[in-house]
Design a protein around this ligand. Structure first.
Ligand SMILES: [Zn+2]
Length: 105
């Protein structure tokens, strides 16, 4: 798994999962330099706002692609597929779009 670089010292000290958990109010300490790292709250909230909608849109889109009539299992399977796919896409986007910054006090 790729690691994100510390915005202060450049050491690869933040894992992808840690970054996803870094909300506006949370922070973490770099193991190398001791600087507190966080994400910009506005971007983070903006993207997370999209993130709550994206999987549902993905699920609905996948459903619309299912040939009708379809059984319940097909419906659930295609919705889950779209839901999970869009969740993964979103996580990737979040990691790419939201930068890590040094938290000042
Ligand atoms: Zn550091």
């Amino acid at each position: 798994m790729n690691k994100h670089k510390c915005p202060n010292c450049g050491a690869p000290s933040v894992t992808v999962w840690q970054k996803l958990w870094l909300g506006a109010l949370k922070k973490m300490k770099c193991k190398d330099c001791g600087t507190f790292i966080t994400v910009p709250w506005f971007r983070s909230l903006l993207v997370l706002g999209f993130g709550t909608i994206t999987p549902w849109v993905g699920g609905a889109l996948a459903l619309s692609l299912v040939p009708k009539p379809a059984g319940a299992v097909t419906f659930i399977a295609s919705f889950s597929f779209g839901f999970i796919l869009c969740t993964l896409l979103f996580l990737w986007f979040y990691n790419w779009y939201v930068p890590l910054v040094v938290k000042h006090a």
